[in-house]
Design a protein around this ligand. Structure first.
Ligand code: SME
Length: 158
């Protein structure tokens, strides 16, 4: 990882911390602002949003704040699609070419790659950060590392 990447990652993590620490904002406002920040700062991130565990349903995700095209997938059962698989395994799931993933829920024909990073509260899966890219093979190890650190900073919101 070069020096510039490290600095950029650190500044992104610091910006997320500042949003998380805001006093007069709701959780949804903070998640929306973080989605906007990531979509703006990282060129290959075209859809950025959150799915949250629905406490009133049986192992189901509900769409939270996001930026990007509207999606039909407002509720996703655990195990379904890339989002549902990440929910089930509680592990980051990176797909560099969605056309090769059989268990995939298409949101838009433009999407070519996707990463989903779990948010854990005391180790338990509570939500996830979902990012779509219109560029195949665009998701790097640095993206994964910075997103995992960001998600560690988000557990306090749940
Ligand atoms: N593609 C996801 C569905 C959510 S949209 O990307 C916003 C999936 O396969 O789970």
């Amino acid at each position: 990882m070069n020096q510039k990447t490290v600095q950029n990652s650190q500044s992104l993590i610091n910006s997320v911390r500042q949003i998380v620490d805001k006093k007069n904002a709701t959780r949804d406002q903070k998640l929306k602002e973080i989605s906007e920040l990531l979509a703006e700062k990282i060129e290959v991130f075209d859809w950025v949003g959150f799915y949250l565990v629905d406490p009133d349903a049986d192992r189901e995700l509900v769409l939270g704040p996001y930026v990007g095209e509207e999606t039909d997938h407002t509720r996703i059962p655990f195990g379904k699609g890339i989002c549902g698989q990440a929910a089930e395994t509680n592990e980051t799931f990176v797909v560099q070419d969605v056309s090769k993933e059989e268990n995939y829920l298409a949101c838009s024909v433009h999407v070519k790659a996707e990463i989903v990073v779990p948010i854990k509260k005391n180790g338990e899966f509570v939500a996830e950060l979902d990012i779509d890219s219109h560029t195949k093979d665009s998701l790097t190890d640095e993206h994964r590392k910075v997103l995992e650190q960001i998600c560690e900073n988000l557990s306090i919101l749940f």
